[in-house]
Ligand binder design. Structure first.
Ligand code: NAD
Ligand code: AKB
Length: 314
């Protein structure tokens, strides 16, 4: 892992992974890429390449030019946007992923990481303490692309020896960059509305319990898996990763401990149907056993920190 290319680096996770990589590996060794322009000034110290992940030549050019040996592909269409444009979700999440896998073989990359999601689970999965291995038949296009991605990654690992690593992230909560169009986005929006207007209308139902994680845990877990000893990994692109689980009702109650006037109302839309077949909690014992995963942030600590940080921004 000497020279790293992050594709999709301007999004919610990439914008926080990049500075951590810079600290760890040096910004001259971290090349960042995205199909979008860096209008928010996310990238400060890194070389920036405008790359569409569906353009294999653009990826190849960057790999050759910068002597890349590790690729992190964060470019994706998330669950809610994916239901609105399933063709686009397939093109970016699968054609893009295949491009990354193909160049990994051609340029003999040292390591490749592409995230999966709790969206791999579906109506036939065990949804409480959802096991690592279970019946995966999601009913969203996003979920279908994530299961397919996990299977393709396994195939490339088996047949071409690619060192592929990936996590089924839960909903990620953060305050730096807004989430990109998912079902768990409510758990970020709610903080801005609580601070600005002391009320929030939620697009899920009050009892929709989902696994969530605060960004510092997400970044630490990602780096820990990336750096883990390959010989200890029995899985590759599909680690369940748990931290906390809560419903909108429970999150609102926790926010009310800091803002007593805060109220929440519910107007569920199509995203309620997406959340309905996602797990309430996940069994991450494989990640704990194989590379020592241990979450550090719980709900009260996360809520306190989010309110403090967003208040500074507002
Ligand atoms: P995001 O939507 O915030 O960011 C995605 C980035 O990809 C954006 O900057 C976008 O401009 C870029 N992008 C889109 N299409 C592109 C293309 N064709 N070529 C290059 N770049 C393109 O997403 P995120 O939340 O940072 O998620 C990163 C990864 O983590 C995704 O694979 C996502 O499925 C996964 N994930 C995220 C969460 C979460 O809650 N954030 C949860 C589970 C899994
Ligand atoms: C989404 O809601 O689509 C993402 C995810 C859990 O994959 N946050």
């Amino acid at each position: 892992m000497k020279k790293i290319l992050i594709i999709g680096a301007l999004g919610q996770i990439g914008s926080e992974l990049t500075p951590e990589f810079n600290k760890r590996y040096g910004s001259s060794n971290v090349i960042v890429a995205d199909a979008a322009d860096d209008k928010r000034g996310v990238v400060t110290d890194n070389v920036f390449e405008k790359i569409d992940v569906t353009d294999i030549h653009a990826i190849e050019n960057a790999i050759k030019r910068h002597n890349i040996d590790t690729v992190i592909n964060l470019a994706a269409i998330l669950s809610a946007k994916g239901e609105q444009n399933p063709d686009l979700a397939w093109r970016i999440n699968i054609d893009g992923l295949l491009n990354v896998l193909r160049v990994s073989v051609k340029y003999k990359l040292d390591r490749v990481m592409i995230p999966s999601s709790i969206a791999v689970f579906g109506p036939q999965s065990v949804l409480y303490n959802a096991p690592q291995e279970t019946n995966l038949k999601p009913n969203t296009m996003y979920g279908i692309t994530k299961v397919t991605g996990e299977m393709l990654a396994d195939y490339y690992h088996r047949n071409f020896g690619i060192d592929f690593r990936g996590i089924r992230y839960p909903g990620i909560i953060s305050h730096k960059t807004p989430p990109g169009g998912g079902t768990t986005d409510y758990a970020v929006e709610i903080f801005y509305e609580a601070l600005k207007h002391k009320k929030y209308t939620c697009f899920l139902s009050g009892e929709a319990c989902l696994p969530m994680m605060y960004m510092p845990d997400c970044i630490r877990g990602t780096i820990e898996l990336l750096e883990a000893d390959r010989s200890k990994l029995l899985h590759h692109g599909n680690y369940n990763l748990g931290a906390m689980s809560f419903t909108p009702d429970v999150l609102a109650t926790e926010i009310r401990k800091h803002i007593p006037e805060f109220t929440i109302t519910y107007q569920p839309d199509f995203r309620r149907e997406i959340a309905r077949y996602w797990p309430a909690s996940i069994d991450d014992s494989a990640a704990r056993a194989e590379w020592g995963w241990q979450p550090q942030w719980d709900l009260p600590a996360m809520v306190e920190d989010m309110l403090k940080e967003i208040a500074k921004k507002l």
